[in-house]
Write a protein that binds this ligand. Structure first.
Ligand SMILES: N#Cc1c(N)n[nH]c1N1CCCC1
Length: 326
């Protein structure tokens, strides 16, 4: 049975985390994304004008799936599309011998400009993979029958290298016990229900967050508008229409944010919520908590995930998420 571990290296401000993946004879840095289900890469088929500075997958090592294509648009309106091959993919020593690899023939500007990232490795459910005419499986779903345990874990850190593991839980990476909650995979996401919250450690947990997804591909923590408003009232923040979100002082006074999941409380340090200065040297920061208005559910992105050890587990038949304090 296979198991393995791969580093998750943070980009500036922990905007995304990138991990080394070998595809055929190419080694690329991919953004592991539990919020999508396509494994795609810059490739020899991506126009040079769009791929300056990126490592590229050389599809010569793959077997083309004739007549297959893919096209994806993310919530931030970025996107990519192209052709499909099968090839050998290795992540932290875990090998998928015939993994669907989606070679980009076109990528949107934000992908071209982010030269650290050579593509994405989707870890949501394969039901939302975009390959046509026949949907393909994610790397996790491809290797799952060969794994020691049918799960992967995520240990993201603030401003430091974290890791993903496949096939095993590393108990040295968390403190205390793991709290598991059921996952509703009907929309293809790692969707769960979050409970009451509190700001700044005041134990009067109020309200309830509700339906949420665990999404490593999203930088911030998107919460219901009322919860977000309550946080910034205590944090001394304000909604800045020009910035398109809440901002707050960078000065280290931001209160912690706590949320109950499975009856256990998990806390995001205030320092994670003073996310990044509006511009270099500014004493006003863009907030790491933003309203989830229009999304349809809350998104527990990297701002939350780097405060916990997360276990994405399908070993029990129906899927579940495990959280433990880091
Ligand atoms: N928007 C968005 C988004 C998301 N909710 N999960 N992953 C995302 N992206 C991965 C690369 C670009 C955006």
């Amino acid at each position: 049975a296979q198991s393995g571990e791969v580093a998750a290296d943070p980009q500036q401000y922990d905007q995304a985390y990138l991990s080394p993946v070998t595809i055929g004879n190419s080694e690329l840095m991919l953004d592991f994304d539990t919020g999508s289900a396509d494994l795609w890469a810059f490739s020899n088929e991506t126009p040079a004008s769009q791929s300056q500075g990126h490592e590229r997958y050389d599809s010569a090592t793959g077997t083309e799936l004739d007549g297959y294509s893919w096209s994806i648009t993310y919530g931030d309106q970025s996107g990519a599309g192209g052709n499909v091959y099968t090839d050998k993919v290795v992540v932290g020593g875990v090998t998928a011998t015939r993994q669907a690899v989606e070679a980009a023939t076109s990528v949107s500007a934000s992908f071209s400009q982010n030269i650290d990232s050579d593509g994405l490795l989707g870890l949501a459910f394969s039901s939302i993979n975009t390959v046509q005419p026949r949907q393909q499986t994610t790397f996790f779903d491809t290797v799952r029958p060969t794994l020691a345990k049918a799960l992967f874990t995520c240990d993201l850190r603030q401003g430091d290298a974290g890791s993903y593991t496949f096939g095993y839980i590393d108990s040295s990476k968390y403190q205390g016990t793991v709290t598991y909650v059921p996952v509703d995979d009907s929309q293809g996401f790692w969707q769960f229900t979050a409970g009451g919250y509190s700001v700044g450690g005041d134990n009067a947990t109020s309200g309830s967050v509700g339906t949420a997804i665990a999404d490593t591909g999203t930088s911030l923590l998107y919460l219901p508008a009322a919860v977000t408003k309550a946080y910034y009232e205590q944090a001394g923040g304000r909604y800045d229409n020009q910035q398109g979100g809440y901002t707050l002082p960078c000065n280290g006074g931001a209160p912690d944010f706590s949320v109950a999941i499975g009856g256990k409380t998990f806390t995001v340090p205030g320092s994670y919520i003073a996310y990044a200065p509006l511009t270099t040297g500014s004493s006003t920061c863009f907030g790491g908590i933003q309203p989830d208005t229009g999304i349809g559910f809350s998104i527990f992105g990297d701002v939350f995930l780097k405060a916990v050890y997360a276990i994405f587990d399908v070993s029990q038949g129906s899927p579940r998420l495990g959280f433990a304090a880091q």
